[in-house]
Design a protein around this ligand. Sequence first.
Ligand code: SF4
Ligand code: SF4
Ligand code: SF4
Length: 272
Amino acid sequence: MKKYKLPIIMLTVFETVAVILWLILDNIFYLFNFSYIGLAIALGIFLFGQQYRYARRVTQLLVGMYMLVYLGIIRNENMQIEGFWYYLFTGVFEATTIHYAVAKIFGPLIFGRGWCGYACWTAMVLDFLPYKIPQKPRKKWDWIRYIVFVFSLILVATLFLLQAKDKEKIMFWLFIIGNILYYAVGIVLAFVLKDNRAFCKYICPITVFLKPMSYFSLLRVKCDKEKCVSCGKCKKVCPMEVDVTDNSRKRKNATECILCFECVKNCPRKAL
Ligand code: SF4
Ligand code: SF4
Ligand code: SF4
């Protein structure tokens, strides 16, 4: 039963959100949307329990493609941070604002940066690149994300201040151009810094929400000090350079953990 516990918990969390939003907003789309995402996540966790090597990638592709192609391109929902500002300014508590509330603002209190490990369509592509383990020391470039964050806010605020016509259409094109830019910058940075997740570490504006909220995450990788022999393998395989042997919330790069469980898979003592 143990191997079904976590998938069932995650499915229950998402199904609860799906039913609540469906009933409150009287829109069956939310039942379909969150049930699908919950099922994809539960499947990934279950496959991980079965030691399937690509378990996380299955979920990442199922959710990432759904968000990018179906919600973003077919349904014209700008799910990027500009879309969040846009719907916030229009006062509409609809798909993108709900998505941010669940996946990126309040959800991380429960599942940390699970979004980054299992759902993000930017990382879905970056994770195919060859530098799964960073091959250069981390730079002190974290400040860039705050500039991108403020820029996205100013960009959308300007649309409202200038009373731009056809804002919906502009938001659609911002989504397309924004994604192309993110992929281009992410891929170039990954090759230059020899680190697939360099974009996540330095550029991504979503981390301005994700990092402080995931500090309090219920779901965390913990180290059993009795079993640990300080071999350092967990640190070597971590794409986000987290010091996972330190159980305190203040551990090095604590809010960078994307719950990929590479450290867990590679620990020879099953201490994680
Ligand atoms: S840090 Fe940003 S780009 Fe990276 S996985 Fe998270 S949301 Fe996606
Ligand atoms: S891989 Fe396991 S045994 Fe080695 S340092 Fe990490 S937790 Fe300890
Ligand atoms: S390897 Fe471990 S510590 Fe590093 S991001 Fe993945 S789950 Fe978190």
